[in-house]
Design a protein around this ligand. Structure first.
Ligand SMILES: [Zn+2]
Length: 214
């Protein structure tokens, strides 16, 4: 399995198994062309991207999803409970206590007002854990807290994509902001139980899974 990381307001990942590709998160609004260009540099045919999975509904992750759906017909996968964020980024209240979380929340609100995501209709809606639904051997685990519809994705070869449930800014940490703090804490415990070798974050560089929970 090959992984390309594209910095696009959040990390956009392209997972490749031979000629078949899976995109995880779509970056912030207006990032479509940058992501497209990086794919071209890696000689990825956009038409061979089977799905775009959104780890959650924050606009820095879903912002350019419509671009890929419209231009290439890539089906979009999202959890039922974050669909409300597509047309209203403020439909879920965010809370933070740490200064970094407060700063992200404040900056995020301004950015979402100025540059909201383009609307789209999801093609596949997740409500329960799913294994190999997308045909990559992946398991999608709904784990609410950061948002109501946050999901993490694991692969049998040990890659774990956590979205924003954990963030790697200065060091790997629980999300600095949340919709439901108790649910987030429960979800982090669940993430720590998942079989994984490497953790890929929505923000920041990957780390060995052993770094979490210390
Ligand atoms: Zn987020």
């Amino acid at each position: 399995m090959n992984i390309i990381t594209i910095s696009a307001g959040s990390n956009c990942y392209l997972i490749s198994q031979g000629e078949h590709h899976l995109m995880i998160d779509a970056g912030a609004p207006g990032m479509g062309a940058k992501i497209e260009k990086t794919m071209a540099q890696h000689q990825i045919a956009m038409e061979q991207i089977r799905y775009l999975v959104l780890t959650h509904g924050h606009s820095d992750h879903i912002g350019s999803a419509a671009f890929f759906q419209k231009k290439y017909g890539i089906p979009i996968v999202i959890h039922q409970n974050d669909i409300n964020m597509i047309d209203n980024p403020f439909s879920q209240q965010m809370q933070a206590t740490h200064p970094i979380g407060k700063m992200i929340t404040w900056l995020g609100k301004g950015t979402m007002k100025r540059n909201p995501p383009q609307s789209f209709t999801p093609d596949l809606i997740i409500t329960v854990p799913e294994t190999n639904r997308l045909g990559f051997g992946e398991t999608i685990h709904p784990l609410p807290g950061h948002t109501r519809g946050s999901m993490v994705i694991t692969f049998p070869s040990g890659e774990l994509f956590v979205g924003d449930i954990l963030m790697h800014m200065l060091s790997p940490q629980p999300a600095y902001l949340w919709e439901d703090h108790a649910a987030l804490q429960k979800s982090i415990q669940a993430v720590q139980q998942l079989p994984a070798k490497t953790i890929y974050y929505g923000h920041g560089r990957p780390t060995p899974a052993s770094k979490i929970g210390q």
